[in-house]
Design a protein around this ligand. Structure first.
Ligand code: MN
Length: 234
């Protein structure tokens, strides 16, 4: 099975409970739509764990993007100050609450992450993706990184995707979108798709951010069954 998550925001314990909840195994695949780090206390611990999962695929969110911009700035300064230990120390200061120490391997792993995943029937981005005038997804290789991680309009329930591919995204807690303020994954059903049908083709976009840090709810969506799973903080 393929499971999608987003915006875990350093909530290591809740993430581990979610893996338990879905009985995640070596034959499954996990896709993270960004914002693994910050807000919670275990950024580095969570990064290292996910980096070492052989069956996890990750893209950058705005929090990873900001960290990588900070890293790029430190590398630029190196021209006059060639001290890589100092750079790593500065990077470690980026996660002040973290008991786990950042290492170069993790930094370079982050630095190689893509900003989107595109498959035959779905696309994964952090905040959103530009649509053309027909509501189809524009060629993703032409989109700027900032657009993927800071998009402001895609979360709007009025934004409809007319593309064959379903878009997975996060970035904004769904409690801000749902009228009752609950923290649930929102799956937007295509016009005309039968109400009791649950295949990925029945949906045009899936909003994954259940507010793991803000609301204490971690959720994931299974592509093959379209089931959703949640774990909550006690
Ligand atoms: Mn975000």
């Amino acid at each position: 099975m393929t499971y999608l998550i987003s915006d875990i925001h350093a909530e290591y314990d809740l993430f581990m409970r979610l893996l338990d909840r879905i009985k995640f195994s070596d034959s499954d695949v996990l896709i993270s739509c960004g914002d693994i780090i910050e807000k919670g206390n275990d950024s580095v611990r969570l990064l290292k764990f996910i980096k070492n999962m052989p069956n996890a695929r990750c893209i950058n969110g705005n929090h990873e993007h900001m960290f990588l911009k900070y890293f790029a700035g430190l590398l630029r300064d190196l021209k006059s100050y060639p001290d890589f230990d100092a750079v790593l120390n500065k990077l470690r200061e980026y996660f002040p609450q973290d008991g786990n120490l950042l290492d170069w391997e993790t930094v370079f792993w982050l630095n190689r992450l893509p900003y989107y995943i595109e498959e035959d029937d779905y696309v994964c981005v952090h905040a959103g993706v530009p649509l053309d005038e027909r509501g189809c997804i524009v060629p993703l290789e032409s989109v700027e990184e900032e657009k993927f991680v800071y998009d402001r309009t895609f979360k709007d329930p009025k934004t409809v995707v007319n593309d064959r591919k379903c878009v997975f995204f996060g970035h904004t807690p769904t409690s801000y979108i749902l009228p009752d303020g609950s923290s649930k994954i929102i799956a937007y059903r295509r016009k005309g798709s039968p109400k009791n049908s649950y295949t990925l083709g029945d949906f045009y976009k899936i909003h994954l951010d259940t507010g793991t840090w803000l609301q204490g709810v971690a959720g994931c969506f299974c592509i093959e069954t379209c089931n959703v799973y949640y774990v909550k903080k006690p």
